[in-house]
Design a protein around this ligand. Structure first.
Ligand code: HEM
Length: 134
């Protein structure tokens, strides 16, 4: 499995642990204020990161070069900041709103990079190593 897939799955499982912990806390406290943070950490953090990792594992040629690593860092940093700031916003800290806004744009940039990687031929826009013939 390409290194980038391993990175995505390692991040994904940490997001799932955080997302489920928030879900269990909501259930026990019967306070669902932070439902949006729970849903986004689980879906952007766990599900989408795992899908990215799975895509790179199935298409190792697309995992080559620097661009996938840039995509990983941009996307993951965006989701971490967005998850934490959205949680704090929904918990009552109105001052978090600009951070949620900026981090959601960072997350979106990570998705745009992924769209580029999916649509462009392998190695486009990155210094990819030549792939061994299969
Ligand atoms: C042990 C694991 C989990 C627990 C205890 C849990 C708990 C909860 C709770 C208490 C709510 C609020 C329900 C409401 O107020 O209507 C909720 C909503 C939600 N959860 Fe989870 N959850 C868990 C795992 C997950 C996972 C793995 C995902 C996604 C991959 C997920 C996605 C969502 C979504 C999208 C909502 C919003 C649903 C809506 O607005 O109708 N949850 N969860």
């Amino acid at each position: 499995m390409p290194r980038i897939s391993e990175y995505f799955f390692r991040s994904a499982i940490l997001f799932l642990l955080a997302g489920i912990s928030i879900g269990i806390h909501m259930s026990i406290s019967q306070n669902h204020n932070v439902i949006g943070a729970h849903a986004h950490i689980n879906l952007l953090g766990w599900v989408t990161s795992a899908l990215f990792g799975g895509y790179y594992a199935l298409n190792p040629a697309k995992a080559a070069g620097r661009l996938p690593m840039v995509q990983y860092v941009v996307y993951t940093v965006g989701v971490v900041i967005m998850g934490v700031s959205l949680y704090l916003l929904l918990a009552g800290n109105a001052g978090m709103e600009p951070i949620v806004a900026v981090s959601s744009l960072i997350t979106f940039a990570g998705v745009l990079l992924f769209a580029w990687i999916v649509w462009m031929p392998a190695g486009a826009g990155s210094r990819a190593m030549p792939q061994a013939a299969e």
